[in-house]
Structure formats: structure tokens, C-alpha cells
Design a protein around this ligand. Structure first.
Ligand SMILES: Cc1cc2nc3c(=O)[nH]c(=O)nc-3n(C[C@H](O)[C@H](O)[C@H](O)COP(=O)(O)O)c2cc1C
Length: 188
């Protein structure tokens, strides 16, 4: 695939075919994602691979529950705008995707968000290159339950940055409109 095609083909995919994604492919994507630049070459990213719709549903329910509690405690929480969906028991924040890769890292690491976000970007393009679709799902990042965290390999010091769903797209939506970039100055 041409580089430009790769860029334009990456859309957030929220509807998937029934075709499973093998663990082998998921591990390949993860391997390629670690080619991302990262601060001090610290490679602090960690990965939880969830290749089970039942487990993905559990993570969705847990995150929805915690985000709803957050909204109750603080109605100014950004997730308030998604409240109706989050309170719907049938709503799966992961859109019934067949697979989920959760990128996490040490909560106190100074460049945690930047490094994991770059890694997530690489993961998404590695997926597109194989005809797969992805979507970053922030609404699935609030996992606190001790047992569930342990099942995902998430020790206490790890913070989830990027839950990325992966599957074969049922359809690829057209590109969302992008504003013209704001160029503050071109000097020289
Ligand atoms: C940090 C981040 C969090 C996101 N969280 C969600 C989410 O919780 N649910 C969702 O459906 N899409 C989520 N998205 C996808 C964005 O809505 C999407 O990237 C944006 O609308 C642009 O569309 P495109 O990815 O197709 O270009 C998230 C994207 C990013 C980068």
C-alpha cells in the first residue's frame, strides 16, 4: 500500500465483520507499533491483548460504570456528553469489535501520554496496512476493578492510555472533514 493510501485509509472503524483476528496478527501489529519514536528510548509501553468478545464486554461494562460514577461526582466531566449512551446497558463502548489492544505504561512516567499515543498511531497504521480497521476508545480506559485489572495484566502502577479496537471493517466511512492547518508563521 502506498504511504498516502495508508494515511487516507485510516478511519475510525466502529463496525466490524465476524472475521476473527488471530493473536499472531495482533502480536505482529504490536511489534511494529514499538518502532514508534519514544522519549529517551525508554519503551515504557505495555500491551494487554484481549481477543475475546466476552472479555471485551466486561472491560466495556467496567469502564462505563466508572465513568458514570465520575459524572455523578462531577457533572463537568467531559464524558457527560456521552452519558445517555453510557447508561444504556446494551451499549458496548468497543462496538462489539473482535479484538482489543490496551496500551498502558507507568502512571508516573513523564512522557507517558506522548509515548503511548505515538505507539497507538503506529499500531493503527500497522493494522490498516493489513486491511484491518481500528478505533481508539477513550471511553474504555477507566478500568479499576482489581480482579479485572489483574486479568489484563495491569499492575497498580500502570495507567491505561490507549484502548484500541481492531477488526476487519464491515465498511470504511468516508474521511471526516479536516480544517485547513493553522500555519502561524512560515519564516525563511
Ligand atoms: C484520544 C482519542 C480518544 C478517542 N476516543 C473515542 C471513543 O471513546 N469512542 C469513539 O467512538 N471514538 C473515539 N476516538 C476516535 C475519534 O472520534 C476519531 O479519531 C475522530 O472523530 C476523527 O475521525 P477519524 O479517526 O475517522 O479520522 C478517539 C480518538 C482519540 C485520538
Amino acid at each position: 500500500m502506498e504511504y498516502s493510501e495508508l494515511l487516507h485509509n485510516r478511519r475510525s472503524i466502529r463496525s466490524f465483520t465476524d472475521m476473527p483476528v488471530t493473536n499472531e496478527i495482533l502480536l505482529e501489529l504490536i511489534k511494529e507499533s514499538t518502532l514508534a519514536p519514544n522519549s529517551s528510548h525508554s519503551q515504557i509501553w505495555k500491551f494487554s491483548v484481549v481477543n475475546s468478545r466476552e472479555m471485551i464486554r466486561r472491560v466495556s461494562d467496567e469502564s462505563k460504570k466508572n465513568i458514570c460514577r465520575r459524572i455523578d461526582d462531577n457533572p463537568a466531566d467531559y464524558a457527560k456528553m456521552y452519558e445517555a449512551a453510557l447508561r444504556n446497558p446494551d451499549y458496548n463502548v468497543f462496538y462489539n469489535a473482535p479484538a482489543l489492544v490496551i496500551i498502558s505504561g507507568p502512571a508516573d512516567y513523564r512522557n507517558l501520554l506522548v509515548d503511548c499515543a505515538l505507539c497507538a498511531g503506529y499500531l493503527m497504521y500497522a493494522a490498516v496496512a493489513r486491511g484491518l480497521g481500528t478505533c481508539w476508545i477513550n471511553l474504555g480506559a477507566d478500568v479499576r476493578d482489581t480482579e479485572l485489572r489483574a486479568a489484563l495484566g495491569l499492575t497498580d502502577e500502570l495507567r491505561i492510555v490507549a484502548p484500541i479496537i481492531i477488526g476487519y471493517p464491515a465498511s470504511i466511512p468516508p474521511a471526516r472533514h479536516r480544517e485547513e492547518p493553522v500555519i502561524l508563521k512560515v519564516i525563511g
